[in-house]
Write a protein that binds this ligand. Structure first.
Ligand SMILES: *Cc1c(COP(=O)(O)O)cnc(C)c1O
Length: 238
């Protein structure tokens, strides 16, 4: 578990350095530690060292952990306050469960999903914060809206204020060159600027969620303010 603390410290230094290169401080960038496939003990270790923003990519796995955590202790995870984001694909039949656990959904990629989120959020008398996922690398079969459909999508979303769009998310290509992913991240940023300039009521571009273990430094240089990192934190941990 010492390995996790060391890895996390190294990742934070790298975030800090990349933030500096983009004229920002590390405080401007949120690190979501991705805990898919990791145990409750590993999650606990993260919380112990103060990393309390966590992300999962599947509702079902998250729910199992959630139930486990809440059965160990009525005050979850030894009173640590934590925040949980959903970063993976969301099916409409899991929206209800997702809203019970997650404070931000990064992966909204269809109007049907957005409408379902809005409907469930309204029933819960809340507003759900969401990011729109965009397929900036034009990969076939990859989740996310096509870049050129985003403005129309946002216009349609204005009828559903219980799903509040607070930014955009994208994934680099696993096999891509650094330059290719840099272009994808720059594209996400430019789409967010276009949206901001249109001043849609109730829509903010507060967050740009981009960058994982392989490419988070580049993503930060291109303006990411949320990075989602798993392997770099857990490598060699068990
Ligand atoms: C797994 C995952 C990550 C983290 O990936 P690493 O390569 O482990 O850093 C980030 N975002 C999403 C959507 C993921 O599924």
């Amino acid at each position: 578990m010492k390995q996790i603390a060391e890895n996390l410290a190294r990742v934070k230094e790298q975030i800090n350095a990349a933030a500096g290169r983009s004229g920002r401080t590390a405080g401007a960038i949120k690190l979501v530690a991705i805990t898919k496939g990791r145990s409750i003990e590993e999650i606990q270790t993260l919380l112990d060292v103060g990393q309390n923003l966590l992300g999962e990519n599947r509702v079902q796995e998250a729910k199992q952990k959630y139930d486990q955590i809440h059965s160990i202790s009525p005050t979850p995870l030894d009173k640590h306050v934590y925040e949980w984001h959903l970063v993976g694909h969301l099916q409409r039949n899991k929206v209800k469960s997702a809203l019970e656990m997650f404070t931000l959904i990064h992966s909204v990629d269809s109007m049907r999903l957005l409408v379902e989120i809005a409907k469930r959020a309204e029933i819960r008398k809340q507003t759900a914060n969401i990011l729109i996922q965009i397929n900036t690398t034009d990969e076939e079969g990859k989740f996310g809206l096509e870049s050129n459909s985003v403005i129309d999508f946002i216009e349609s979303s204005l009828s559903y204020p219980h799903a509040r769009i607070v930014g955009l998310m994208t994934m680099g290509k696993f096999t891509a060159s650094a330059d290719e992913n840099r272009r994808a991240f720059a594209l996400l940023r430019s789409i967010s600027e276009t949206i901001t300039n249109k001043k849609f009521p109730g829509i903010t571009m507060q967050y740009l969620s981009m960058g994982m273990t392989n490419d988070f430094d580049i993503a930060i240089e291109e303006g990411a303010n949320i990075v989602r990192i798993g392997r770099a934190i857990f490598d060699g941990a068990n």
